[in-house]
Design a protein around this ligand. Structure first.
Ligand code: XIL
Length: 331
């Protein structure tokens, strides 16, 4: 087969990678899944799909649990893969009840944020190539801040505080390689209101001398409705013009009706994957491509978008889709 990570590295990228969701999802006990994930010729990087999120790492106030995240660190070390660490502050998504329901003052909530970031960044340390510091801060339509306990309590300052705390936590790590600090979102892969809003947040961070190193372009796309390669390249270049690197962080291309697929739809899906990957290849500062897991059996799509799916590079039975080969051609 084409070896996607080997091809990505030959194309000058740091990796072709995948999200993974272990333990407890079945991925950890599926030998075919494990064999493919662990093969660093195919995947040179992993992102924990859930294990490093707030609710996983600090389920009760100041009680930290690194069990799942440490598994990802071990996978990365054992197989020579990069690790993208995901994420520190994300709306109310997978946020612990104590944060959401605490009726905290602004000072109390910012102290909770700082304590979380200090502990989690401190624990995973230099194992992380990067941290997604803030995830999905923006509304889809008008690019304003999305509501969350963070925004509702702290206002827009929550965004800047998160990066400031992350910068301080990274600076406090022992000497050696330090995680890069990313903003990660979807619908910012091509020009538009939301991408412009993200650029403005980056400029504001920079005006305040707060560190940001990269933008994660999630790239959860729909078959036949993926931005054009030219538009995706233009938007990458716009972020790069601000002095940042970019990465494709959560690529998948879903069918909106799993019961209405055919060879044509899988060919379109392959072209959509091709365009996304080719756009990263043609921008030097696009450092890598990560799919949001690789096998339809474990895709997050059907659980979140009922009736949708068949979004990944491999069919549920671990045979490769046309999209797998088109990614190989793009690299
Ligand atoms: C998803 C996980 O894959 C699911 O298992 C979980 O139930 C919900 O979150 N954008 C992100 C990711 O940044 O964290 C999300 O991951 C998918 C969308």
């Amino acid at each position: 087969p084409p070896y996607l990570n080997d091809l990505a590295v030959a194309a000058g990228k740091l990796w072709f990678g995948s999200a993974t969701d272990q333990p407890g999802t079945g991925e950890d006990t599926n030998i075919l899944y494990q064999t493919i994930l662990n093969d660093t010729h195919i995947f040179g990087q992993i992102t924990p799909a859930n294990a490093m999120k707030f609710v996983s790492t600090e389920p009760e106030q100041n009680v930290f649990n690194y069990t799942g995240g440490d598994i990802d660190v071990a996978i990365a070390k054992d197989h020579g893969k990069y690790l993208r660490c995901h994420n520190l502050v994300w709306q109310n998504g997978q946020l612990s009840d104590f944060v959401i329901n605490g009726n905290w003052s602004a000072d109390e909530l910012s102290a909770i944020m700082k304590n979380h970031i200090d502990n989690v960044v401190g624990h995973f340390g230099s194992n992380c190539y990067s941290w997604d510091v803030v995830n999905e801060a923006l509304n889809d339509v008008n690019g304003s801040f999305a509501p969350s306990v963070w925004y509702d309590t702290l206002g827009p300052e929550y965004f800047f505080l998160a990066f400031q705390y992350a910068q301080e936590a990274v600076a406090a790590l022992p000497a050696g390689p330090k995680p890069k600090l990313y903003y990660n979102d979807y619908n910012i892969e091509s020009p538009g209101t939301k991408a412009t809003a993200a650029e403005n947040l980056i400029k504001e961070l920079q005006a305040r001398n707060i560190q940001i190193d990269g933008v994660g372009l999630e790239s959860h796309f729909i078959v036949g409705n993926t931005p054009s390669r030219a538009n995706m390249t233009a938007q990458k270049q716009a972020f790069v013009a601000l002095g940042l690197e970019v990465a494709i962080t959560e690529l998948d291309v879903r069918h909106v009706q799993v019961n209405a697929t055919n060879s044509t739809s899988f060919a379109i899906q392959a072209q959509n994957y091709y365009d996304s990957v080719a756009s990263c290849v043609e921008v030097d500062e696009c450092i890598g491509i990560t799919v949001w897991d690789f096998d339809d059996q474990y895709s997050w799509i059907p659980g979140t978008f009922p009736g949708q799916g068949l979004a990944d590079l491999y069919n549920a039975d671990f045979t490769r889709k046309p999209a797998y080969y088109s990614v190989g051609e793009a690299l």
